[in-house]
Design a protein around this ligand. Sequence first.
Ligand SMILES: Cc1ncc(COP(=O)(O)O)c(C=O)c1O
Length: 356
Amino acid sequence: MKKKEFLKHSQLSIGYPGNLDFEYSHFSDFLNYRINNIGCPFSDGSHRINSKKIEQKCIAWFAKLYKLKKYRGYITTGGSEGNLYGLFMARQLYPNATILFSEDSHYSVFKAANILKIPYITIPSNKNGEINYKEFEQQVTKQKGTDIILNLNIGTTMKGAIDNIDILCDILNQSTSRYYIHADAALSGGFLPFIEKAPKINFKKYPIDSLSISGHKFIGSPIPYGIVIIRKKHTDSVSNQYIEYIGCNDLTILGSRSGLAALFLWDAIKKRKNQFATEISVCINNARYLHKQLKKRLYHPFLNEYSITVFFDKPSLAICKKWQLAIQGNLVHIVVMQHVSIDKIDQFLEDLNKHS
Ligand SMILES: Cc1ncc(COP(=O)(O)O)c(C=O)c1O
């Protein structure tokens, strides 16, 4: 594939949740080093070409953002690995638990349940993508006496819906005290804390146990990565093995990890932390503009509150293919990331007019 193909496809990429508006070319010299953060980010180990000190700063920043004082975590390969890690830790703590999650959950949650061989129950969702609370309550009541793992969606993949943590915790607390909450905040977790009126979902206010975010979504990066954070007491109680070969402990679930990802993330945090609020406010306004225009054209669009994911009736396949729209049945979505400007939206709408 030639470089110009990447450019062409990037210019028409509006269907997936990745911010393409980033600049990391000042890191080009770092491509001459094999920066590998293998093992626990909190112990250096014998492989010295690593960026673990920077990784620790990144994890600390997210822990603070989500009001988690005693934390552990690491930079993963993406939101999916964070989900696998959260659910793995949940299973270590509650080996006989059942996982409950909505049918709108990302496929990595289904995959993690299968890999970990944890029994699961899929709960129907409402039309906007949020979990159906009545159905959830019925299942929790049926499961009375058993341990429960909840995969909480903070921004579903297709519809950008946020499950209401207050309602879900009330329901859980009526039935059991033995539960674990993993929050899948792949896209929205990167921006929700920067929206003034958005629900304040954090570890101080709620009994969340672990939380996973994709770094290449709201922050943006040429290589996919993610951030997972977890209550320290959980990692303390699960065996944290010393691995002689790498000279440090290992609490992660894979092996070698990108040290470059930590450098990118810290660079983005340092440069843009005071800008994140403006970035998300522009994205939300642009998403509202797209929603309004699609409504006029009778595509029955929907935009959840505090979301930048506009879902609507599937247009022609030619349009879906050209603009790389993710399809789910009769629906598609556009994720209005930082690079999806009004100008880009207008180009898309013009195409839509031509093809309808
Ligand atoms: C809700 C949700 N969870 C998890 C993921 C997986 O993230 P990643 O692609 O970073 O593994 C996605 C990706 O779109 C997602 O939307």
